[in-house]
Design a binder for this molecule. Sequence first.
Ligand SMILES: Cc1cc2nc3c(=O)[nH]c(=O)nc-3n(C[C@H](O)[C@H](O)[C@H](O)COP(=O)(O)O)c2cc1C
Length: 169
Amino acid sequence: MARALVVYESIFGDARKIAEAVAEGLKGSHDVDVVAASEAPHEVDVDLLVVGGPNHGFSMPRESTREGAVKQYGAVVEDTKHGLHEWLDAVRLAQGTRAAAFDTRSDHPKLLIKMDHASKTEEKLLKGLGATLVADAEHFYVTDAKGPLVDGEEERASQWGRSLAGKVS
Ligand SMILES: Cc1cc2nc3c(=O)[nH]c(=O)nc-3n(C[C@H](O)[C@H](O)[C@H](O)COP(=O)(O)O)c2cc1C
């Protein structure tokens, strides 16, 4: 069976739930592992790599925004120095890796949600690693900074996972 890896960063748990739902969608056709970026391997050889995490300050989380989440929202973050961006900076992908990116973001204000932030950077980093993007990035919405996800987003993430599986099979 084809192999897939879903790597996520999540401060409050919403992007983790999306990562797990995407994996559910892939399961019919792929052996799937879901891992936090802090625990992900630095050499990856899979048929499909999916990465995702929250928008922080109009981009991917970084040390200063993780510290901001701790100070401003009482988040518990064991290691503010390492997350998805840092993993993508260090990982090596097998030649021919196919990939897709997602992010989680606020569902308001309307102008903000239309802008491409974290997932744009994720896609740029994936391309820099030589990966081929198999689909446009997908965005999943939370009702507030600490979540929860908007109703139906996990189901939508599973469907997106199924559609990714269809694109690479
Ligand atoms: C420090 C910080 C900065 C944020 N900046 C943005 C932002 O620029 N745009 C946005 O849509 N949401 C922003 N948010 C909301 C996050 O996207 C939200 O917390 C995240 O999607 C929830 O995912 P998680 O539970 O996996 O951490 C921010 C949240 C924090 C804590």
